[in-house]
Each structure stands twice: as structure tokens, then as C-alpha cells.
Design a binder for this molecule. Structure first.
Ligand code: MN
Length: 205
């Protein structure tokens, strides 16, 4: 059994950038449904006691487990996304992550431009990520439920670009949602912590 973690802040805490209505539907309906589907699919199997991370990694390349992979990845991605945001977020990262962003992207603004462009350019549903991949920071978009976790990369930060993440607040204006995400709600403390942990666990970092 996996759990639906509560949001790490109140439903109205990200307003006006992301409304309480969006967070209510997104967490209580969408995220909850992914968790419930995973639990239905693992019930009575040898994955019943597995962690969500293990379920994702073990089923990433199994075509016959696509439904389980998709729901497990969506369950994990959403928890990671909630923590990628914070009330009074935005601004720029500090410390080692700030230095590495400058080294790998040229400047913070170039990183931000890449993140906005990759997210806005993702055709259809998906996610945009900042990852540590093979010792280098990378901005990448993934399709549908896919997650860097399944491909050996360390996710540092993500934004959900499925329409359900922004449509009530921004309608079709995905670029405005992504600009607002970076300007006002991104949680750089979370990304800094993930970067430190990824470096500690990877010789290549
Ligand atoms: Mn979503």
C-alpha cells in the first residue's frame, strides 16, 4: 500500500498564483486517483509492500506493466511537484546549486529560459524538470507520466504541465503559468536539498 501524502501547505497558500480550487482538484482528485489505482494494481502481488520508487524503477521498461508504471510515476511526480512549490517562493537558488547553475547553463536567466521553453514546448501532457544527470545539471521535459527517476537521473525540481495543473487559473496560457512558477512559487530550498543529496549519492556528480 502506498499513501496519498497531504499537501505541504494549505490549499490557498499558493494563491493568487495557483488557486485553492486548482490545488483541491489536483491533489484531492487527480493525485488521489493515481494512488488508489496503484494500490488496486499491487494488491495481492509481490509489490504490495514495495516503495513507490521501487515500483517505478522495476516496471519502467515492462510494456505489460504500463498502467502500473504510469500511475506509480504520476503518484511520485505529484508529491515531488507539491514540494517543488512554496508560498513566497521564487527568486534564485543559493549556495552550491547557484554556482552549478551558472557553470552548467551560463547564467540563472539562461536556466530559467530553458525551463520555461522546455515546459511550454512539451507537446501535450507532461512535466518539466531540473535534474542532475551524469554529473551535469539538465533541463528536460518528459511525456505523460514519465519521470527522470526511471532513467537514472536525480530530479531536483519539477513543474506539472498537464492542463489540469493550470487550466482553471491560466486557461491555455501555459507560458504564463511557468513564468509565474519561477517568479513566485518555485521552492529553491527543496532543489538545494535534492542537489546536495544527489551529489552525496553519486560519484559522478
Ligand atoms: Mn498533475
Amino acid at each position: 500500500m502506498i499513501e496519498l501524502p497531504p499537501l505541504p501547505y494549505a490549499k490557498d497558500a499558493l494563491a493568487p498564483h495557483i488557486s485553492a480550487e486548482t490545488l483541491t482538484f489536483h491533489h484531492d482528485k487527480h493525485h488521489k486517483a493515481y494512488v488508489e489505482t496503484v494500490n488496486k494494481l499491487i494488491e495481492g502481488t509481490d509489490l504490495e509492500g514495495a516503495s513507490l520508487e521501487d515500483i517505478i524503477v522495476k516496471n519502467a521498461s515492462k510494456a505489460e506493466k504500463k498502467k502500473l508504471f504510469n500511475n506509480a510515476a504520476q503518484a511520485w511526480n505529484h508529491t515531488f511537484y507539491w514540494h517543488s512549490m512554496t508560498p513566497k517562493g521564487g527568486g534564485a537558488p543559493g549556495g552550491a546549486l547557484a554556482d552549478r547553475i551558472k557553470a552548467d547553463f551560463g547564467s540563472f536567466e539562461k536556466f530559467a529560459e530553458a525551463f520555461r521553453n522546455e515546459g511550454a514546448g512539451q507537446f501535450g501532457s507532461g512535466w518539466v524538470w531540473l535534474t542532475l544527470t551524469g554529473g551535469k545539471l539538465k533541463v528536460e521535459a518528459t511525456h505523460d507520466a514519465d519521470t527522470p527517476l526511471a532513467h537514472g537521473a536525480a530530479p531536483l525540481l519539477c513543474a506539472d504541465v498537464w492542463e489540469h495543473a493550470y487550466y482553471l487559473d491560466y486557461q491555455n496560457r501555459r507560458p504564463d503559468y511557468l513564468a509565474t512558477f519561477l517568479d513566485h512559487i518555485v521552492n529553491w530550498r527543496f532543489a538545494e536539498k535534492n542537489f546536495a543529496e544527489a551529489k552525496a549519492h553519486s560519484k559522478a556528480a
